[in-house]
Design a protein around this ligand. Structure first.
Ligand SMILES: NC(=O)c1ccc[n+]([C@@H]2O[C@H](COP(=O)([O-])OP(=O)(O)OC[C@H]3O[C@@H](n4cnc5c(N)ncnc54)[C@H](OP(=O)(O)O)[C@@H]3O)[C@@H](O)[C@H]2O)c1
Length: 326
């Protein structure tokens, strides 16, 4: 039997301890399915969440890690029609860190020719999340201001670029001074350092305009600063918790400022909204990637054999994603 490399875990725990490079069988496509060969896969925070056993959905063990990647159709099972070998598509959405996988042909999500393989490998989780965060909670108008933390994350960079295209101003919280310039170059209107007390003089940053939406993927003090800075009737959407610290809110912001708190999970959006809605969002994301109004940087490329180097790089300060290129 032909063998392939894959990154698999047999128990939940820290990625550095539980992830192993294994030799796995290359699967044969059953009737109605196709075999895909991985071209590029991305490392995301939710990969650690699943390996840790702390994510919103968990696999049966042992499990191949990775949630996002792009592959090419390599062979067709019996009865598959309307799919061509050589077509690039999303690789399987929950076992992406392996060289080959099979998927039912009716679940394939094609990648347009105009979008590069590496940009496509980063297109399926963070950009659609940014797209939904900007559209689903507040009816934003050109000239409005929003705030987000982790401004240099992939979601953050997508929010900056999409907001700019819509004429919406972004105030971005980051942890490192050296991020200010690159974020401004991408289209950010303001970039502030966490713990600098920016929220006390927010009006100076926004020309006196209220912040209508706060996007929180950090938690703790960073989320609290957003709540203090939000305008009356503003909405804070929590979609990540990088610090692991709770979002705390003094009751006064809910009572006197009528602040609204909400949450978002792209996986749940996909489950609840159905394929047509997801395709619509992906169509918009691919359109922006194709025309170049959205571009996500890459901080490093690694083979599966050097997965320890990839994880170590991912956990260092960076601007851009870490990709696995088999
Ligand atoms: N709910 C959803 O559907 C959904 C979808 C996509 C992403 N997300 C969430 O969105 C967030 C960003 O994901 P991503 O893939 O865009 O991230 P990413 O590109 O991997 O970047 C990670 C970001 O997290 C920041 N960070 C790491 N540890 C931190 C800490 N202890 N305190 C504050 N900031 C910290 C990093 O800042 P430094 O550079 O300063 O380290 C960086 O901005 C994650 O929480 C992820 O789970 C949620």
């Amino acid at each position: 039997m032909e063998k392939q490399q894959g990154l698999r875990y047999h128990e939940f725990g820290k990625a550095e301890s539980v992830l192993r490079l294994e030799s796995l069988p290359v699967p044969e496509p059953e009737a109605g399915a196709v075999r895909l060969r991985l071209l590029a896969a991305t490392i995301n925070p939710s990969d650690y969440g699943r390996m840790d056993g702390r994510y919103g959905s968990l696999p049966e063990l042992p499990a191949v890690a990775g949630r996002e990647g792009v592959g090419v159709v390599e062979s067709l099972g019996a009865g598959v029609e309307g799919v061509k070998c050589g077509q690039r598509v999303r690789f399987c959405d929950n076992e992406a860190w392996q060289e080959y996988a099979c998927l039912p042909s009716d679940r394939l999500m094609p990648v347009p020719d105009e979008v590069s393989t590496e940009q496509a490998a980063m297109a399926f989780i963070n950009p659609p999340t940014a797209y939904c965060l900007l559209r689903q909670f507040v009816g934003l108008e050109p000239g409005d201001w929003i705030v987000q933390n982790a401004g240099n994350s992939a979601v953050g960079l997508a929010v900056i670029q999409m907001a700019k295209a819509l004429g919406i101003h972004t105030l971005n919280q980051v942890r490192r001074e050296e991020l200010v310039e690159p974020l401004i170059a991408l289209g950010a209107d303001q970039v502030v350092l966490e713990d600098s007390g920016w929220e006390r003089s927010v009006g100076d940053l926004t020309d006196g305009k209220p912040l209508r939406l706060a996007l929180n993927s950090v938690g703790g003090a960073s989320a609290m600063a957003q709540l203090k800075a939000l305008g009356d009737g503003g909405t804070q959407v929590t979609f990540g918790g990088m610090t692991g610290e709770a979002v705390r809110f003094p009751t006064r912001y809910l009572i006197f400022s009528d602040v609204r708190l909400a949450g978002f999970w792209w996986d749940q959006y996909c489950r609840k909204s159905g394929r047509a809605a997801v395709e619509k969002v992906m169509h918009a994301v691919f359109g922006m990637l194709a025309e170049g109004s959205l571009h996500l940087p890459i901080a490093g490329r690694y083979s599966f054999s050097d997965y320890k180097g990839a994880l170590a790089h991912d956990q260092r300060p960076r601007l851009g994603k870490i990709l696995f290129i088999p």
